[in-house]
Design a protein around this ligand. Structure first.
Ligand SMILES: *Cc1c(COP(=O)(O)O)cnc(C)c1O
Length: 400
């Protein structure tokens, strides 16, 4: 789609223009949505050659994609834009974040590299996919300092999240990438987004997003994407073609639209989140606040009282799993997002029973605080009977 190289532009400019650079010359403003599942051609010799080329390299076919499972021009615009934002050669979009991670594991397994080294916590279903070995992989869990020792000849992937879901624990991506040696490092960048962190510049070969979250940004599209070099992207496209986890073109359109406001949304929500984290840390009903050094719109906090009561008593904030939407969402990871992880593994990863995870949206900070204050007020009342020391709890501090 984009044939001429584009000069380096600031992230805010890329967010609005990447993947759309050809439109004005075509007399278009909004990108077209191509809903075709198949692409007619009277030249089946040429089609055979294009299919052979795809089978050899996985490169996006020149011209129409032959069939919808090989590619889609609207989805390709989103992929182009996300690659520009993450600073990678390419990006490959999938039907969900889990479909994207599955494709990465299948690429490596197809090369005989079934062993994965991973650092907890990860998103609950990523943890489950690895632990259960659903795709034939075998996982070794370790901390960042143990990565180098955990590598084996058949290790195909090292996987980390930073900040991690749900505790917001951070890892030093540059140090981890160094420890990986020649094994590809996959960094799940869903929480930070390229606005706050570009893992490929710190040595991650693969940058994964649940695009369902901040990239879409409005809670109305499920998608996943892997930003990486073109060689790995080709393999991912071949797996996507063979296994079918493609992204719908309408979702591609919505994601491209979401990217245009990504920097503005992330900066605004982060400013509100930083202020809410500060107020929570000073609140005697709150035992501990986790807020990342790099900032962001996610807060995790532990309450002295019953976390289920906080969920039950929010009125403005939406009590729901997922994150990254324009509205503020809160959930209890031990009950929902990380329920599928074994209880001991969950606790060892820092996902305590008292932990709540909040995705801060674009509402006014005072309205959000009033809602949180009301919901926490109930926990302190209910908690008073169970937890007589809650009033005299040690002064809470923000944990980075
Ligand atoms: C939600 C999430 C995923 C999974 O993405 P889906 O789009 O729900 O399949 C993966 N990683 C992280 C960090 C997530 O928050």
């Amino acid at each position: 789609m984009e044939t001429t190289p584009v000069p380096t532009r600031a992230l805010a400019t890329e967010a609005v223009h990447a993947g759309r650079d050809d439109l004005a010359r075509q007399g278009l403003h909004a990108p077209p949505i191509d809903l075709s599942t198949t692409y007619p051609s009277y030249d089946s010799r040429a089609e055979a050659a294009r299919i052979d080329a795809f089978a050899a390299t996985g490169a996006d076919p020149d011209g129409p994609p032959v069939y919808g499972r090989l590619g889609n021009p609207t989805v390709a615009r989103f992929e182009t834009a996300l690659a520009r934002l993450e600073g990678t050669e390419s990006a490959v979009a999938f039907a969900s974040g889990m479909a994207a991670l599955s494709a990465v594991l299948l690429v490596r397994a197809s090369m005989g590299l079934r062993h994965v080294v991973a650092v907890r916590p990860l998103y609950g279903c990523s943890d489950h996919l690895l632990t259960a070995g659903l795709l034939g992989s075998e996982v070794t869990w370790t901390d960042p300092a143990g990565i180098a020792d955990a590598l084996r000849p058949d290790t195909g992937l090292v996987m980390v999240e930073s900040p991690a879901n749900p505790t917001l624990a951070e890892v030093d991506l540059r140090a981890v990438a160094h420890a990986c040696g020649t094994v590809p490092l996959l960094a799940d960048n869903t929480f930070a987004t390229p606005v706050l962190q570009r893992p490929a510049q710190q040595g991650a070969r693969l940058v994964l997003h649940s695009a369902t979250k901040y990239l879409g940004g409005h809670g109305d599209v499920m998608a996943g994407v892997v930003a990486c070099d073109e060689e790995f992207a080709g393999r991912l496209r071949q797996v996507r073609f063979a296994t079918g986890g493609v992204l719908h073109p309408l979702a591609g359109y919505l994601l491209l639209r979401g990217l245009s406001t990504l920097p503005v949304r992330v900066h605004a929500a982060s400013a509100t989140a930083a202020e809410l984290a500060r107020r929570l840390a000073a609140d005697p009903r709150v035992a501990r606040v986790h807020y990342p050094r790099i900032g962001g719109a996610m807060i995790a906090f532990e309450v002295h009282g019953d976390p289920h009561e906080v969920i039950a008593n929010v009125r403005l904030i939406t009590p729901a799993v997922s994150l990254g939407s324009v509205d503020t969402l809160i959930q209890h990871p031990a009950s929902i997002s990380h329920r599928i992880v074994d209880a001991d593994d969950r606790r060892n990863a820092g996902v305590s029973e008292g932990l709540l995870r909040m995705s801060v949206g674009l509402e006014d900070v005072e309205d959000l605080w009033a809602d949180l204050d009301g919901a926490l007020g109930v926990t302190s009342l209910r908690g008073a009977g169970n937890c007589a020391t809650s009033d005299r709890a040690p002064a809470p501090a923000i944990r980075h």
